[in-house]
Design a protein around this ligand. Structure first.
Ligand code: NA7
Length: 538
């Protein structure tokens, strides 16, 4: 554990030392010259990647786009080894960044924030850590990630399970030995789909408990060739331009053609080519896949046929292909041999949509249909996404009003960045911003730079505080809703984008679905116009 900082009072406190916290520290400390402290619960940098060490943990963004782009030198000196970066390599990258810019000296590790309260008279935030320490700052910036609060289902009997159980987002650093073990994996989101083939290789038997069947496109991961790496190194500016101009912040453009511009044969050939290429790019094959349900149906049918082609047992294939939502309306997973894994003799699929899990017994999992004896249970059951990490910190704004109360009916803010009644609090990649619908480093750089400019302008104007108006928030909530409903995204009624995976959570489409490029333009316009919708004061 890093010793507590000597000074108790800072210009800015940043919570979290992942992609966003590191860059925010660099910007505020080295560009603005502020006195900044980062508080990080983990014992190292990495954020989401510090905790998600499950077997097969890998980013679905392609590695050459999963880095910072603010520094050409940093971009050019780092070389990724594979098409998609694996968790340990992302950790090496973030440690490299932290060391290169000498960031660790201003990060307090092993320090979990349990409360944050705004003091109106002092114009400052007081943050309390789990150890009871109190720190104050004029600005409070949350860099806590969107997928950092593990969602362990409240299943009766879990405490009595005689084996070991783990959540993928809280994976033990020493790893888990599956050899000779009967393993149950609950959840078939991106995580479960990544972990299944890797666990199946090691375990004696793996049972995958599937509630909602999911599409998946092959990742086609492979080592990067020296030629590709060289091309990346020489194209920093162009790659940055593309990533900043596309709706999802990826280094490829969405094709400007409709599903209906081509014949059925041409469409099939386009989907085959996209399948062969693999990755998230599949969804960029046509411009209307996420806005026209019938167009989407053509992609869905193609992907379901692929499952039936790959999986040999027809009953298992039908269970896997029985998908009830439009393709990419939930976050689309990509995989390495996920469906083929069900052809292995040591892998079973259990349908817990028709026969739900009733309880965990000392011996395993009991569903409405059968009892499955298990030695290890892996919960790949996702996260209390986006709002979860913010709400668990007990943030209180003016007059002690809790953020949990302000967001009782779902998150409300302006531009996904600030909440009325919570002056000088900024939420990096918060709900109401593109965040999880975007390649995260792109969303993070945009937010961090906007916040940095905002604070710089405030100081240059001799002002000390900023918060949005209620009217601006109301208008933004409407825009976030409208943007979501212009797409098929809300049609996946069980999606974590809607908070549907957490019992009791308000059903509100949380990220801004209008596209990163449009969002960036809106934020830039607001800044250029002198921050309309915000109240700035002394
Ligand atoms: P996700 O995408 O939220 O997936 C969680 C999975 O766990 C999903 O299949 C859920 O089914 C399932 N789940 C959750 N609770 C239960 C219970 N109680 N019983 C059975 N099944 C359950 O999380 P991931 O970690 O895979 O991915 C999160 C993001 O990380 C991903 O989207 C990328 O952005 C990176 P459900 O669909 O709720 O029926």
């Amino acid at each position: 554990m890093t010793p507590a900082p000597a000074a108790r009072s800072f210009d800015a406190l940043i919570i979290g030392a992942g992609f966003s916290g590191l860059y925010q520290l660099l910007c505020l400390r080295d560009r603005l010259g502020l006195n900044v402290q980062v508080l990080e619960a983990g014992d190292g940098v990495g954020g989401t990647w510090y905790w998600n060490r499950y077997p097969g943990a890998r980013c679905d963004s392609e590695s050459h786009s999963y880095n910072y782009t603010f520094s050409k030198e940093l971009f050019e000196e780092w070389e990724w080894s594979e098409r998609y970066p694996e968790q340990p390599e992302i950790m090496r990258y973030l440690n490299h960044v932290a060391d290169r810019f000498d960031l660790k000296r201003d990060i307090c590790f092993g320090t979990r924030v349990v409360a944050a309260r705004h003091d109106e008279a002092a114009g400052s935030w007081t943050v309390t850590t789990e150890a009871g320490e109190k720190l104050t700052a004029q600005f409070l910036i949350t860099a806590v990630g969107c997928l950092s609060t593990a969602n362990v289902p409240a299943l009766p009997g879990l405490g009595d399970f005689a084996g070991r159980w783990y959540h993928t987002g809280q994976w033990p650093h020493e790893g888990v030995d599956f050899r000779g073990k009967r393993v149950g994996l609950v959840g078939t989101g991106s995580t479960g789909i990544q972990a299944t083939p890797v666990i199946a290789e090691a375990a004696a038997h793996l049972t995958v408990f599937q509630r909602t069947p999911n599409y998946s496109v092959p990742a086609h991961n492979a080592p990067l060739t020296p030629e590709f790496r060289q091309w990346v190194r020489h194209n920093h500016a162009e790659l940055r331009r593309i990533m900043q101009s596309t709706p999802n912040g990826h280094p490829f453009v969405i094709e400007d053609r409709s599903v209906w511009d081509v014949t059925a044969e041409q469409r099939q050939a386009i989907y085959e080519a996209a399948w062969a290429k693999g990755g998230l790019q599949f969804r960029a094959a046509f411009r209307d896949l996420l806005v026209d349900k019938e167009a989407n149906d053509t992609a869905a049918a193609f992907l379901k046929d692929k499952i039936r082609e790959i999986v040999k047992d027809p009953a298992t294939a039908e269970l896997l292909a029985d998908i009830d939502h439009p393709y990419a309306a939930k976050r689309p997973p990509i995989d390495s041999d996920y469906f083929a894994t069900f052809n292995r003799p040591n892998v079973t699929l259990a349908d817990v949509r028709r026969a739900p899990i009733e309880r965990i017994t000392p011996a395993g999992i009991r569903t409405a249909a059968a009892e499955y004896p298990l030695d290890i249970i892996v919960f790949a059951t996702g996260f209390d996404a986006m709002t979860g990490p913010l709400l668990r910190m007990n943030i209180e704004g003016r007059d002690g009003r809790a953020l949990a109360e302000a967001w009782e009916a779902g998150p409300r803010n302006y531009l996904g960045l600030q909440v009325a009644g919570f002056p000088n609090l900024f939420t990096i990649t918060g709900p109401g911003s593109p965040s999880v619908l975007c390649n995260m480093p792109v969303a993070i750089e945009q937010h961090v730079e906007w916040i940095t400019d905002c604070i710089a302008r405030l100081r240059a104007d001799g002002l000390a505080r900023i918060e949005p108006t209620e009217a601006a928030m109301d208008d933004w909530v409407t825009q976030v809703n409208d943007a979501a409903h212009a797409t098929l995204l809300p049609q996946a009624h069980h999606s974590w984008y809607l908070g549907a995976n957490v019992p009791g959570k308000p059903r509100v489409f949380m990220p801004y679905a209008g596209g990163m490029a449009r969002y960036r333009a809106i934020c830039d316009e607001v800044a250029a116009a002198g921050y309309p919708g915000f109240m700035r004061g002394a």
